[in-house]
Design a binder for this molecule. Structure first.
Ligand code: ADP
Ligand code: MG
Length: 310
């Protein structure tokens, strides 16, 4: 197969591991800087150009789109989709996952366990908002934050009130969440590929920190999931429409609660903790899906291929 990886930097651990795994399984692979892809949006012959070259031959595309380039990145990915290139994760699912509120609304609708969460617009509603999530201590989150930046623990009612006021004053979109104290500064990352959790790890926040993000100095270790945690992760991935994702959950007194579903989960921490070749599992998944796609296409007389065989 010919596989494109949309990534800004081929030297990143995850990107280089995916390249390695694709080569090892005999595929051609090319890393494309998503911001250098540009496109021609026509109904009959949609195309993508890259530094003056016409990109036509790809069978599958692996999006590794950073949070800061979500808008442009998903537009490029959508163009690949228009050209019938199989996307590891679809553009619409990635957009969904980048908005924490939208994600948990979708998960809530399907009955997935979540921390009690509130969202409001007017400063007059702050008191009610705080009591809705059970009062302080509580967590305040920017809807589009990543790597722990934009997540604040307000320990007292007064602190909560003034931080929420400040964010509202800046017109920042925030949500307010019950603080899961019993998680003890740790969370669980479940790495989902297809309909399986292929690896999981527990991330523990650094001393004096409640955010367990590895970018915030957290450490990772292997963990054994309960069947409930496993099935919650797989269901969450399915609801979000993501084939490959990192489902992050907390162990609360009322069972696993999901914090977020990450559509470009890093491979470094999870491969180190699990000692598994996750990149290889991802490439295998693409092979299987691509095969199914090709078989269905062959059977459908109405569909025509818009790209070369490759
Ligand atoms: P980000 O996208 O920035 O990683 P998260 O929602 O994943 O934002 O929060 C970052 C970290 O903060 C989590 O990994 C977790 O350790 C901690 N955290 C987030 N929400 C809660 C909560 N409601 N209760 C306890 N800890 C939380
Ligand atoms: Mg997170």
């Amino acid at each position: 197969m010919k596989i494109a990886i949309l990534s800004r930097n081929p030297k990143l651990y995850s990107t280089s591991r995916l390249v390695e795994a694709a080569h090892a399984r005999g595929h051609e692979v090319r890393v494309l800087d998503v911001l250098r892809c540009y496109m021609n949006i026509t109904s009959h012959n949609p195309s993508i150009h890259y530094r003056g070259e016409d990109l036509t031959e790809f069978d599958a595309v692996i999006p590794r789109i950073g949070a800061s380039v979500t808008f442009y990145g998903t537009a490029v990915l959508r163009q690949f989709e228009m050209m019938n290139v199989f996307p590891l994760n679809e553009s619409v699912a990635i957009s969904r996952s980048r908005d924490k509120l939208r994600s948990i609304q979708l998960l809530a609708r399907k009955g997935i366990g979540l921390p009690v969460t509130g969202f409001a617009n007017n400063p007059d509603d702050i008191q009610d908002l705080i009591s809705q999530v059970g009062g302080a201590p509580l967590v305040i989150k920017l809807l589009q934050g990543t790597q722990g930046i934009g997540v604040v623990l307000a320990e007292t009612h007064n602190a909560a009130e003034s931080v929420i006021q400040a964010f509202m004053g800046l017109n920042a979109n925030i949500m307010v969440q019950e603080f899961i104290k019993e998680a003890g500064g740790s969370d669980i990352r479940c790495f989902v590929v297809g309909d399986k959790v292929v690896a999981s790890m527990k991330r523990q926040a650094a001393e004096g920190e409640f955010r367990s993000n590895l970018h915030r100095g957290g450490s990772a270790e292997l963990i054994k999931l309960t069947p409930e945690e496993r099935s919650t992760a797989v269901r969450a991935a399915k609801i979000m429409g993501l084939n490959v994702c990192g489902v992050d959950m907390l162990r609360s007194n009322h069972g696993p609660v999901i914090m977020e579903v990450n559509s470009s989960p890093g491979l470094k921490g999870i491969e180190a903790a699990s000692q598994k070749d996750i990149a290889d599992l991802i490439i295998q998944f693409i092979e299987k899906r691509f095969e199914t796609m090709e078989t269905t296409k062959d059977k459908s007389p109405t569909r025509t291929r818009t790209r070369g065989k490759g």
